[in-house]
Design a protein around this ligand. Structure first.
Ligand code: FES
Length: 106
């Protein structure tokens, strides 16, 4: 299964194997990775699953949709490489993906 590495704000890294078709948010929540709240359960309606995609992966993860970009505007620490992890779907092409977690989601 493809693997994702989540890096907490303090540098703690978590490697998770994630079935294709599941979201990067789901991989964190289901595997006890702290730092992703996912209040809306993956409906692109809360912005509490905010992550920073490592530069090398930006092209493969793609651009946020209009709705996602609008939700990201509510994330206090949003940067150009910000994404909502519920909107990144795992695939073989994303095997090895690295995302960093913000210090807080609110
Ligand atoms: Fe709510 Fe991603 S879980 S926007």
């Amino acid at each position: 299964m493809p693997q994702v590495t989540y890096i907490e704000h303090d540098g703690t890294a978590h490697q998770v194997e994630l079935e294709e078709g599941l979201s990067v948010m789901r991989g964190a929540v289901d595997n006890g990775v702290p730092g992703i709240d996912a209040d809306c359960g993956g409906e692109c309606a809360c912005a509490t699953c905010h992550v920073f995609v490592e530069e090398a992966w930006l092209e493969r993860t793609g651009e946020p949709s209009e709705q996602e970009a609008s939700m990201l505007s509510f994330a206090a620490t949003a940067q150009p490489n910000s994404r909502l992890s519920c909107q990144i779907t795992m695939s073989a092409a994303l095997d090895g993906l690295v995302v960093r977690l913000p210090e807080a989601q609110h």
